[in-house]
Design a protein around this ligand. Structure first.
Ligand SMILES: [Zn+2]
Length: 396
């Protein structure tokens, strides 16, 4: 009897959470609405929507907007909008040159951002855990409550979304990163780990250069190169979650040495270090600063310009293969590609346009990312709030 009652209570709780999530998703994707409009959008009863809206208003996640006339008869309808409130998803990125953090609220607004350069890759894990501890204190100071955290890393992650199985350019492995960030927030087994290109693709889709795109290929641009693929608005992950692992496909100059220990990988020809070697310039504190310096030098120096063109052509050759397989309508190029813009996209586009045999195959549009090096952390934060928006995680 007691057990049946408990089960019933848990079931009702689950249903309430799912219904609340449905209202939150509707407001996030389709904008402000009256209670009656929300009932029509979600298929929930008006009374149910009324109760959910009341509860969400109390927790500061929603607020009422101006009154609008609902017609000649009846009371004016009050529309509600997402306010964001106190719950935030926290996204982190661990990369070769930096660690970053972004916190996003339920309305999608960025509430905190921090980036720290890292001089030595051996220190990346410690730098990330230090940043997580700092972020936990800053969020608490602002009255914000983290509902989850995701760490974006350039590598392969096990299907448990927590265990790092392969990061050729970074000394990260196993669950140590997830456990370290868990500890910073006083959690157990809550932090998730995700591929950085998958996170970057989600960020550009929701916040950046891919907002109007259904079939998107996102390419990270750092020392390593990875792809995140969005098909009909959803992330494509593949059988083991390794879809988009394009950096170590043998699409580069055959002799070029790669961080993975082999030769000929695509990222050994189009990664940031390959470009630096071609143009004979030194690396600065961040990929953005380095790329901005190269872009400025290319305007003056034909040898630098030729190096950037060579990188762009290798980019186009690899993209021709990848795009021939997945047929995206738009390719968004993130990381160091963005400050170089047309200097690198132009030669890539020329190679790509010539690559297809059938006249009906049109090369995808190439765009630079709008979010820079923040993309992966922002997308990781989106993944961290996704649990609330899917009804899996309760609001604090
Ligand atoms: Zn490789």
């Amino acid at each position: 009897m007691d057990e049946a009652r408990t089960t019933g209570g848990a079931g009702a709780e689950l249903l309430r959470r799912r219904n609340a999530a449905s209202v939150l998703r509707s407001l996030r994707s389709d904008g402000p609405a009256s209670r009656a409009e929300l009932a029509a959008r979600t298929g929930l009863a008006k009374a149910t929507v009324g109760t959910i809206v009341g509860g969400l208003e109390e927790s500061g996640v929603l607020r009422e907007l101006e009154q609008v006339r609902s017609g000649d008869r009846g009371r004016p309808a009050v529309r509600v909008t997402l306010e964001g409130g106190r719950p935030v998803g926290v996204g982190f990125e661990a990369n070769v040159e930096y660690v970053a953090a972004v916190a996003v609220d339920l309305a999608g607004a960025v509430r905190l951002r921090r980036t720290r350069p890292v001089a030595d890759v051996a220190d990346v894990a410690d730098a990330l855990c230090g940043l997580a501890a700092e972020v936990a204190i800053l969020l608490a100071g602002d009255g914000l409550v983290p509902v989850g955290a995701t760490v974006a890393v350039p590598g392969l992650i096990e299907p448990d979304d927590r265990t790092i199985s392969w990061t050729p350019n970074l000394p990260l492995a196993g669950t140590a990163v997830a456990e370290g960030v868990d500890a910073a927030f006083g959690w157990r087994d809550r932090v998730r780990v995700s591929n950085d290109a998958d996170c970057g693709a989600l960020a550009e889709l929701h916040h950046g250069a891919g907002r109007d795109v259904e079939h998107l290929l996102y390419l990270t641009g750092d020392v390593g190169i990875g792809a995140g693929l969005v098909e009909a608005g959803r992330l494509v992950r593949g059988a083991r979650g390794f879809a988009g692992e394009v950096g170590h496909l043998l699409l580069g100059e055959p002799g070029a040495a790669c961080g993975c220990g082999r030769r000929g990988c695509w990222e050994a020809s189009v990664g940031l270090h390959a470009l630096l070697e071609r143009v004979g310039m030194a690396e600065l504190a961040t990929p953005r600063e380095t790329a901005e310096a190269i872009a400025a030098a290319a305007l003056e120096d034909p040898a630098v310009r030729a190096g950037v063109v060579a990188s762009g052509e290798w980019l186009g050759r690899g993209l021709a293969v990848v795009c021939g397989v997945v047929d995206p309508s738009v390719v968004v190029l993130g990381g160091y590609f963005a400050p170089l813009g047309e200097l690198v996209l132009g030669p890539a586009r020329a190679v790509l346009t010539d690559a297809f045999a059938a006249p009906v195959q049109v090369a995808p549009e190439l765009r630079v990312g709008a979010l820079g090096t923040e993309a992966a952390a922002l997308g990781a934060a989106e993944r961290a709030v996704a649990g609330v928006l899917a009804g899996h995680t309760d609001l604090p």
